[in-house]
Design a binder for this molecule. Sequence first.
Ligand code: SF4
Ligand code: SF4
Length: 93
Amino acid sequence: MSKEIKYNSVKDLPTMVVSTGSMLINKTGGWRSVRPIINYEKCTSCMICWKFCPEICISAEEKPVIDLDYCKGCGICAEECPKGAIDLVPEGK
Ligand code: SF4
Ligand code: SF4
């Protein structure tokens, strides 16, 4: 049986690595090894990629726009795009 642990303040937390800033401070795009590129000729603006992006870094404009400062390159958008309109290319190429 697990024992419930209660923390009353931040000082009660065990020592660990934590982020003290929001995702607006932590630009997770630096983790990326592949970069999603949208082919706007194939894109139908269905916004499925926007819906599935776990970083919420795709904006729903007239066409989707990816904010590469926050894109981790997970590839979910490319996997979910029904039109095959997103390619993942290695960073630096
Ligand atoms: S899922 Fe694909 S087709 Fe739909 S908006 Fe995104 S890139 Fe365009
Ligand atoms: S690769 Fe991942 S983090 Fe980047 S835009 Fe696509 S779904 Fe979002």
